[in-house]
Design a protein around this ligand. Structure first.
Ligand SMILES: [Zn+2]
Length: 108
């Protein structure tokens, strides 16, 4: 099922020219998306409140920012849209997407 999901993510990424990038999912929920401080939380804790910098976000919002940062770190200068989503040590690849620049107007 996961493989099929990734297939569709890649399919629509290519179709709409949106890069699909696999990232290592470890600690994307635990780390503070502002400065990286580890903030342990159980599954039932739905908010991220960082004791270091005071950042308060929904748990998933914080995780999404961490995933985005990881994806951007790993792809400096990369512009293709058809890279495969790589799996990682845990065998559970995470995917995120990055909006490409505004669509170019066609000449004419
Ligand atoms: Zn913080």
């Amino acid at each position: 099922m996961w493989g099929r999901f990734l297939w569709w993510v890649n399919y629509y990424g290519t179709l709409h020219r949106v890069p699909v990038i696999g990232v290592e999912p470890a600690f994307t929920t635990q780390n503070c998306s502002r400065r990286g401080q580890r903030v342990k939380k159980s599954l039932s804790m739905r908010t991220h409140l960082c004791p270091g910098c005071g950042l308060l976000l929904d748990r998933d919002h914080n995780a999404a920012l961490n995933i985005l940062h990881k994806a951007l770190q790993g792809t400096v200068g990369q512009t293709g849209t058809d890279e495969g989503v790589s799996s990682n040590a845990s065998g559970q690849p995470a995917a995120t997407r990055r909006r490409s620049a505004a669509p170019r107007k066609q000449a004419g």
